[in-house]
Design a binder for this molecule. Structure first.
Ligand SMILES: [Zn+2]
Length: 228
């Protein structure tokens, strides 16, 4: 039996069983395995890991854990001061796009309202979510840890909060959304692109009174819904 010490930092301890909440784990193992496999076997999905340091040197996911290794696992690149960091994935675009699992419909509408390209259907299969996230470089937001352990998933995040408003606050902070928000860009309903329309063109489609108080209107190019 060999042994390696894992130290999970910051928000990653969320995924550990209660007895390991301090983040420190003496892990015993028999078989050779990659650091990615060991991290996930301890509960933490690879998609949330940004930096791995094995005995003072940054390593990638394929690193094979050696007996007596001391492995530090970080959720953010800036948490450790190390001359040579090894990014585990290409950096995320400044204005990220998203795909959400079926539990997060309301969050999807809010992200679209803020102008972020956000895919959501209430009938995506797990395979599809992982595939779309991979193919289109979308951040997979989910309440399913297992989904974030799928190897296809490059960018992913487990939404800790269970209610809509704290979820929005959480995601806004995690992905620094206000900097890149662009209201009236995506349709809340279908994620289609909104284009400005003149008031006269939509007058007959507005609820009573709306025309009196608003002068700027947008129409979804996909579902034709009107926004003001
Ligand atoms: Zn639409």
């Amino acid at each position: 039996m060999s042994r390696a010490t894992f130290h999970f930092h910051d928000t990653l301890t969320f995924f550990l069983p209660r007895r390991w909440q301090a983040g420190l784990i003496e892990h015993e193992f028999i078989w050779r395995a990659s650091v990615k496999d060991m991290i996930e076997s301890l509960g933490v999905p690879h998609a949330e890991v940004e930096l791995i340091v094995a005995n003072h040197a940054a390593v990638d996911f394929a690193y094979i854990v050696q007996p007596d290794d001391r492995i530090n696992v970080y959720p953010r690149f800036d948490l450790v001061d190390l001359p040579d960091k090894v990014p585990l994935r290409p950096p995320l675009p400044a204005a990220p796009s998203f795909v959400l699992d079926q539990h997060l419909g309301r969050l999807a509408a809010y992200l679209r309202m803020m102008g972020f390209d956000t895919l959501y259907r209430n009938n995506y299969h797990d395979e599809e979510l992982a595939q779309v996230s991979h193919d289109e470089n979308r951040v997979l937001l989910t309440r399913d840890v297992g989904l974030l352990k799928r190897s296809l998933v490059i960018y992913g995040y487990y939404v800790r909060a269970t209610h809509r408003e704290p979820q929005l606050v959480e995601i806004t902070r995690r992905f620094n959304l206000p900097t890149h928000a662009e209201p009236f860009k995506h349709c809340m309903k279908c994620n289609g692109l909104l284009h400005p329309v003149v008031k006269a063109a939509v007058l007959d489609q507005l609820p009573d009174g709306t025309a009196r108080y608003y002068d700027e209107f947008h129409r979804c190019q996909t579902c034709q819904r009107i926004y003001w």
